[in-house]
Design a protein around this ligand. Structure first.
Ligand code: DSN
Length: 478
């Protein structure tokens, strides 16, 4: 594809938008400029390809398509069927899964679909059986009451939030924490690693219906074979949320015991993180759960987004190309180079390093909270996010950690040498930032002091680091 085709496409789109609401066109242009200039280290973000982005901006957005391929509640879905079937086929082939459901709008939605499918499959409920054979109208008030009682308060065991687990794995700010009786497993305080014996012990005591593995801030591989054995030993359904590391599974960096697909009963993911697709979610499973998973819409999802499914098909096709495996390996190489660079400069890392795409800095040694560090780094052109560390004394709001990840910078082409320079910039900012007290002399967990000239200097260095690695090089909006 020539440079002209991409530039022409985006320029024309902006021209059409500008004619209606110029401020939106301006904001879209400004977003590209901002993304081009910042050193993006947010572990859950990436840059989707122009083809993926363009597949979303069209009239597929106008179509309703409740139901599944070939079995819709609306007429005229033949073209939606084409893209949904393609996305599902690419997903099955890429991950070696028997079934793929590509409608979820996000990771939370994908998890809700999975929870519903597991509840419907596992919970003995005469009322539910009636509903499943589409006799919903025959359910009496007593049936509905029984259904709520039978489905509610089932048990879920997942990784604790401060060990790196995700909100949707049974925590209170998410509906999963209200639906399920939840217990969590943490990590070993000495090593920061999952202690599988402890997980097995918790599973034996708690006897969960669902054992969940997956994380958004754990910098290590998880042995899914062992987790499946634990689930089997207590009769639990084993679910893996691979949202963060799906790209590493797709790129065959995580194989064998570390590939969740052959080991889990059901796998959920987002499509926009290391997988580098459009914002959205997906569920993979075997034939046993496929029928329940396909009821995701309208059971727990709003109408599918055909334009996003089209973009998922494009991104998944890209991920099946041989160069995606190289990309996935470079993500991990870069994360390890970044971790080594930080360790050499004295930064404390949770688990002492990484074997995936993310690094979790324990910044208490710099005398800062995560909130202070996150903002000081942002002032210096480095975009990260604060994150709790295990047993965090500063809680989930202020935190004592900074989470960084390499999928986005790896997409731009930065390599291990640039990761060492990035480590130097991060260390410079954190070591030159100090906490500031409130006006009344009490300590503040949010205020800090960072010399503005130093922040400007680091911003300039960060921007220089990026100049050899243009973002969307074929897109010229000028
Ligand atoms: N918000 C995502 C993350 O940053 O990890 C997970 O939902």
């Amino acid at each position: 594809m020539s440079l002209n085709a991409e530039s022409t496409a985006f320029r024309s789109a902006l021209e059409v938008i500008r004619a209606v609401e110029p401020r939106v066109a301006d904001a879209i242009g400004a977003e590209l400029a901002d993304q081009r200039e910042s050193l993006k280290l947010i572990a859950s973000e990436n840059y989707a390809s122009p083809a993926t982005l363009l597949a979303m901006g069209n009239w597929f957005s106008d179509k309703y398509a409740e139901g599944t391929v070939g079995r819709r509640f609306y007429a005229g879905c033949q073209n939606v069927d084409t893209v949904e079937a393609l996305a599902a086929e690419h997903a099955r082939e890429l991950f070696g899964a028997a079934h793929a459901y590509v409608q979820p709008h996000s990771g939370i939605d994908a998890n809700l679909v999975a929870f519903w499918a597991i509840l419907a499959d596992r919970v003995e409920s005469p009322a539910l059986k009636k509903a499943q054979v589409r006799q919903v109208n025959d359910l009496t008030e007593a049936d509905w009451f029984a259904l709520r009682r039978e489905l509610g308060n089932q048990r879920m065991l997942g990784m604790s939030l401060d060990a790196g687990g995700h909100l949707t794995h049974g925590f209170r700010p998410n509906i999963s924490g209200k639906m399920f009786d939840q217990r969590s497993y943490g990590t070993d305080p000495a090593t920061g690693l999952i202690d599988y014996d402890k997980v097995a012990e918790a599973a034996r005591e708690f006897k969960p219906l669902i054992l969940v593995a997956g994380y958004s801030a754990y910098p290590r591989k998880v042995n899914f074979r062992i987790m499946r054995e634990i689930a089997e030993s207590v009769g639990a359904t084993f679910m893996v949320d691979m949202a963060h590391f799906a790209g590493l599974v797709a790129g065959k960096v995580f194989t064998g015991d570390f590939d969740p697909v052959p080991h889990a009963h059901i796998v959920t993911t987002t499509t926009h993180k290391s997988l580098r697709g459009p914002r959205g979610g997906m569920v993979l499973c075997g034939p046993e759960l496929a029928d329940q998973v396909d009821r995701g819409c309208p059971m727990v999802l709003g109408g599918p987004l055909p334009h996003v499914m089209a973009a998922k098909a494009v991104a998944l096709a890209e991920a099946r190309r041989p160069d995606f495996a190289d990309y996935a390996q470079r993500i991990v190489d870069n994360a390890q180079a970044l971790a080594e660079g930080l360790l050499r400069r004295g930064t404390k890392l949770v688990t002492g390093g990484t074997d995936n795409h993310l690094v979790l800095l324990d910044i208490s040694g710099y005398g800062l909270t995560g909130r202070q560090a996150e903002q000081a780094l942002l002032d210096s052109g480095i975009v990260t996010n604060r994150n709790a560390v295990p047993q965090d004394p500063n809680g989930a709001w202020y935190t004592s950690g900074i989470r960084i990840g390499t999928p986005a910078l790896t997409t731009r082409g930065l390599g291990t040498a640039e990761m060492d320079q990035t480590a130097e910039l991060i260390h410079t900012v954190l070591s030159q930032t100090s906490p500031r007290s409130n006006a009344d002399g009490t300590p503040s967990k949010a205020k800090y002091v960072l010399d503005a000239a130093l922040a400007d200097k680091v911003s300039k260095q960060a921007s220089d680091l990026l100049t050899g690695f243009p973002l969307y090089p074929a897109v010229d909006l000028a």
